[in-house]
Design a protein around this ligand. Structure first.
Ligand SMILES: Nc1nc2c(ncn2[C@@H]2O[C@H](COP(=O)(O)OP(=O)(O)OP(=O)(O)O)[C@@H](O)[C@H]2O)c(=O)[nH]1
Ligand SMILES: Nc1ncnc2c1ncn2[C@@H]1O[C@H](COP(=O)(O)OP(=O)(O)OP(=O)(O)O)[C@@H](O)[C@H]1O
Length: 737
C-alpha cells in the first residue's frame, strides 16, 4: 500500500605572562637542557650530582601557576562566526536546491567505504648510516645530550633522522641556531639570540613613520631576540600587517591582541617552521577578526601565506562548532575530525592552529572558569591528539598537562607534588655519564637521549593500569639508538653490567617483535639511587618503524582505536610533511633528497613546479571523505565514500530525518542544503574532505512537532478548526510563507 507523504511548510523562524611559555609544564625542554648543560656554554645552570636544582625547577614545572600576565583572547576563538544567519537563507530560498528524500531514494547508490592504498607497514629500509657518535669523535670531551645532536648530528644527509631523534626527545628546536638562549625563568627558548643592532631592517624609521604603539616595537624586538627568523623582511612585513589588523584589540587579560599573534609565531619558529609559516602564524586570526581579506593577504604575501591563513580560519570555525556541539566527545566522530583536519588542507595550517591553541591554553587563566574547562576539554579531545598524530611531542605534552591542570586541578596538584619528590635529575645525569663512558669503552657508536615522562602521561598510565606512582618504571627514561642489531645486544650487556635490572621488566621485542612490528630492547634498571630508569635500545631502522607506520608511537598511544589504512596514510603523510618542512626550512642547505633511505614507506605526490618541498594535499582520490553535516543546528562528522555527492548526503540525512507519524506513515520534510555557506544549485556536485553541509528543513523542528501535535489533536477530536498558527497541510504540496 502506498504510504501517504505529508510535506509541511511554514514560515522560518526569525531567526602570558612575562614568560609566555609554560614553564610549569615544559618538562622535556628543561630536562633536556639540564642534561645538555654540561656541554653548553650558554646554559644557566648545570646538573651536577651534588645539586638538585630540579626540585625547585620541578615545582615550577609542575605546580606553580607560573603565568604572570595571563592573557587570552577571550572569546576570540568564538568570534567571527561564519555560520550564516537563517535570515540570509530565506533570501536565497528561491534559488536554493530543495531536497525531498523520496525523490532520490530510488536512484541511490551509496558506495561502500573504499579505503585505498596499502600503506606504511613494511620495514623501513635504512641503508645509510648517519654519523653516529663514535668514540673517536667524543674522545677527550665530556659530551652531553646536546652534543649528541650537535656536531656530527647536524644537517646534512642525516638532518631528518636527527629531527626524528629530536622529536622523540621532545624538542624540535633548531639546534643550528648560533646560540641557545636560556632565559632567567629557566625556560629553554631554543632560539638564537640576535643583537638588536644587528638587525638589517630599519625598524626605528618604520615605527616612527607608521605611528606604531611602543608596545608593538617591543614585541617585535622581543621576538627577534628569541628567534632570528623575526629579522626576515618577509616576517617583519607580516608583523606590520598583523599590527595594523589587530590595532586596538585587546585580549581578555587586557594585553594587546598582537601579543598572541607574536607568541603563536614564536612557537612555530621554535619548532623550525619557515618564514611563510611564521608569517601565517602572525596573521592567523586576521581573516576572522580584522578587516584583512584573503585577497589582500594573497596580494601582499602570496598564495602560500593566504592559503595557510584561510586554512587556519576554517579549522577555527570547525573546531568551534565541534566545541559547541560536544562532537569530539564521541570517539568515532573525534577520530574523523582528527583525520579530516589533517586531510582537508595543508597540514601546516594544523601546525599553526596548534601553536595558536597552545598559546591560548598557556594563557587560559584569564578566562572564566567555565570557559577554561570548555577549552581544556576541546583541547584534550581534538588538539592534543592532533599534536600526537603529528609527532610534536612537546606540544602534545604541554597541551595535555595544561588540560589536566584545568580539568583535574586537585589531581594535578597532588601528582605534581609527588613527582617533585620522586624526580631525581642528578641520578639521570650521572647514569648517563656512566653509560656514555661504558659505551665508549666498548667502541659502540650510539645516539643517546632521554626524557622524563610528562605529568599527564604518568596520570594516564596510572589510571589505565591501576598503578601507583612507584609502580611506574619509566618516569625516567633513556633511549639508545645504535647502528645494528648486534650493537643492541652489546649495548644491553653494557647496561646490565652497570646496574642491576628490575626483575620481570626486561623485554626483547627484537627477537619477539610486537604484533605491530615494534622492535626494541627494554629494560628497567635501578640507577644510583632508588629511582628506576627505563632504557630502550634499538637501531635506527627500528626507531623509524617506531615513529612511522603500524608501530608508530601515535598509534600506540591511541591504543584501542582501529584505524583504516586511509587514516594511517593521512596521518603519516601529514606527519612526514611537517617533519620534512620543519627540517628543510630551518636549514640553509636542505638535507632532504640526500638520503632516500630514511623516507617513510609511502608514496609521495609530485611537488609543485619550482618548489621541491611544497605540500600538496594528496587525499581525496580514493579515500573516504569526511564532511561536517549540520542539521537542525546539530553537527555530526559523516564519512562518505570517494566521489560522493551532496545528493548522497541528502539521501542519508533524509533517511535519518523521516519521522513516523502517530498514524504509522513517515513524514518527510524538504531539506535545503548549503555547501560551505552557499546554497546548492546542483545536488550532484561532489563532496570534498572538510566540506560543511548545512541542512535546514523547510519547517523548523520545534514548529513541526507543535504542528504535528495540533494536527493529531485535530483528528482525535474530530475538530475542523485548525489554529491560525498551523500551516496549510496537503498531500505533498505545502505553502511557503
Ligand atoms: N612506537 C611504539 N612504541 C612502543 C610500542 N610498544 C611499546 N612501546 C614503547 O615501549 C614502552 C613500554 O613498552 P613495554 O615495555 O611493552 O611496556 P608494558 O609491558 O606496557 O609495561 P609498562 O612499561 O609498564 O608500560 C612504551 O613506553 C613505549 O615507549 C609500540 O607499539 N610502538
Ligand atoms: N625510555 C625512553 N627514553 C626516551 N624516550 C622515551 C622513552 N620512552 C618513551 N619515550 C618517548 O617519550 C615520548 C613521550 O612518551 P610517553 O612517556 O608519553 O609514553 P610512553 O612511555 O612511550 O608510553 P607509556 O605511557 O605507555 O609507557 C614519546 O616520544 C616516546 O617515544
Amino acid at each position: 500500500m502506498a504510504v501517504p507523504t505529508i510535506a509541511l511548510y511554514a514560515s522560518p523562524p526569525s531567526s602570558v605572562c612575562s614568560s609566555p611559555y609554560p614553564c610549569q609544564i615544559n618538562a622535556h625542554a628543561t630536562y633536556d637542557f639540564e642534561l645538555n648543560s654540561r656541554s653548553s656554554s650558554t646554559t644557566s645552570s648545570s646538573a651536577s650530582s651534588s645539586q638538585k636544582p630540579i626540585v625547585g625547577g620541578l615545582s615550577r614545572l609542575f605546580s606553580s601557576p607560573a603565568v604572570k600576565h595571563a592573557s587570552f583572547s577571550g572569546d576570540r576563538e568564538e568570534l567571527g562566526s561564519l555560520w550564516h544567519d537563517r535570515g540570509d537563507e530565506l533570501k536565497e530560498l528561491g534559488s536554493s536546491f530543495c531536497y525531498t528524500p523520496s525523490k532520490y531514494l530510488a536512484g541511490s547508490s551509496i558506495k561502500r567505504d573504499q579505503s585505498p592504498v596499502s600503506v606504511l607497514h613494511g620495514q623501513v629500509s635504512c641503508s645509510s648510516s648517519p654519523p653516529m657518535k663514535t668514540t673517536r669523535e667524543r674522545s677527550g670531551c665530556d659530551v652531553g645530550f646536546q652534543s649528541s645532536i650537535h656536531g656530527p648530528y647536524r644537517g646534512g644527509a642525516n638532518g631528518l633522522f636527527n629531527r626524528f631523534v629530536r622529536n622523540a626527545l621532545g624538542s624540535c628546536v633548531d639546534y643550528d641556531s648560533p646560540s641557545f638562549e636560556v632565559r632567567r625563568d629557566g625556560v629553554d627558548y631554543g632560539s638564537s639570540s640576535v643583537a638588536v643592532d644587528e638587525l638589517t631592517f630599519a625598524m626605528e624609521d618604520s615605527f616612527v613613520q607608521a605611528n606604531y604603539e611602543p608596545y608593538a616595537k617591543k614585541l617585535l624586538l622581543g621576538a627577534q631576540s628569541r628567534h632570528k627568523i623575526f629579522c626576515d623582511d618577509f616576517v617583519i612585513k607580516a608583523f606590520y600587517e598583523a599590527e595594523k589588523a589587530h590595532r586596538g584589540q585587546k585580549r581578555a587579560s587586557g594585553d594587546p591582541y598582537l601579543e598572541h599573534c607574536v607568541e603563536t609565531a614564536v612557537l612555530l619558529a621554535i619548532i623550525g617552521a619557515n618564514s611563510s609559516v611564521v608569517a601565517a602564524g602572525l596573521l592567523h586570526d586576521s581573516l576572522d577578526d580584522s578587516f584583512l581579506s584573503y585577497d589582500y593577504i594573497f596580494k601582499t604575501f602570496g598564495a602560500g601565506v593566504a592559503d595557510l591563513v584561510e586554512g587556519v580560519s576554517k579549522l577555527s570555525q570547525l573546531s568551534k562548532l565541534a566545541r559547541e556541539n560536544n562532537t569530539a566527545s564521541k570517539t568515532v566522530e573525534a577520530d574523523r575530525l582528527h583525520t579530516m583536519f589533517l586531510a582537508m588542507a595543508d597540514a601546516r595550517a594544523v601546525l599553526i592552529k596548534l601553536a595558536d591553541r597552545l598559546h591560548n591554553m598557556i594563557t587560559l587563566d584569564a578566562l572564566p572558569l567555565v570557559k577554561q574547562q570548555r577549552f581544556a576539554k576541546e583541547t584534550l579531545q581534538i588538539f592534543a591528539p592532533l599534536a600526537n598524530r603529528l609527532g610534536i611531542s612537546t606540544w602534545k605534552e604541554q597541551l595535555e598537562t595544561l588540560c589536566f591542570k584545568h580539568l583535574n586541578p586537585d589531581q594535578h596538584r597532588h601528582l605534581s607534588a609527588r613527582l617533585v619528590e620522586s624526580f631525581d635529575e642528578a641520578m639521570i645525569a650521572s647514569a648517563k655519564e656512566k653509560l656514555d663512558k661504558a659505551l665508549t669503552d666498548e667502541a659502540i657508536s650510539y645516539n643517546l637521549h632521554g626524557r622524563h615522562k610528562s605529568l599527564y602521561s604518568i596520570h594516564c598510565k596510572m589510571s589505565k593500569k591501576k598503578l601507583n606512582m612507584d609502580q611506574i618504571h619509566d618516569i625516567h627514561g633513556l633511549r639508545l639508538i645504535v647502528e645494528n642489531k648486534e650493537d643492541c645486544y652489546r649495548a644491553l650487556r653494557v647496561v646490565q653490567c652497570l646496574w642491576s635490572e628490575v626483575p620481570g621488566q626486561f623485554k626483547d621485542y627484537i627477537t619477539n617483535p610486537k604484533f605491530n612490528g615494534y622492535r626494541s630492547l627494554h629494560t628497567v634498571v635501578m640507577g644510583e639511587g632508588t629511582v628506576p630508569l627505563e632504557v630502550q635500545i634499538r637501531t635506527k631502522e627500528m626507531h623509524l618503524q617506531a615513529e612511522f607506520g603500524f608501530a608508530a608511537h601515535w598509534r600506540y598511544k591511541e591504543g584501542d582505536c582501529k584505524h583504516s589504512s586511509f587514516v594511517l596514510q593521512v596521518v603519516e603523510w601529514a606527519r612526514w610533511v611537517i617533519t620534512w618542512q620543519c627540517e628543510t626550512m630551518s636549514k640553509d642547505s636542505p638535507s632532504i633528497g640526500c638520503d632516500d633511505s630514511i623516507k617513510p614507506p609511502c608514496t609521495f605526490p609530485s611537488h609543485s613546479d619550482g618548489c621541491p618541498y611544497s605540500y600538496k594535499p594528496h587525499c581525496g582520490q580514493d579515500g573516504p571523505i569526511f564532511v561536517i553535516m549540520i542539521e537542525n543546528d546539530k553537527m555530526s562528522v559523516q564519512e562518505f565514500p570517494a566521489d560522493s555527492t551532496v545528493m548522497d548526503l541528502l539521501e542519508r540525512a533524509g533517511r535519518a530525518s523521516s519521522r513516523w507519524s502517530a498514524y504509522g506513515f513517515p513524514v518527510k520534510e524538504e531539506l535545503r542544503p548549503r555547501l560551505n555557506h552557499r546554497p546548492v544549485h546542483d545536488a550532484t556536485c561532489k563532496l570534498k574532505m572538510g566540506d560543511v553541509v548545512e541542512l535546514t528543513p523547510a519547517i523548523p523542528d520545534k514548529s513541526l512537532s507543535d504542528y504535528r501535535e495540533e494536527i493529531q489533536r485535530m483528528y482525535e477530536h474530530g475538530s475542523a478548526t485548525v489554529s491560525s498558527t498551523a500551516p496549510a497541510v496537503s498531500g505533498t504540496v505545502g505553502r511557503r510563507s
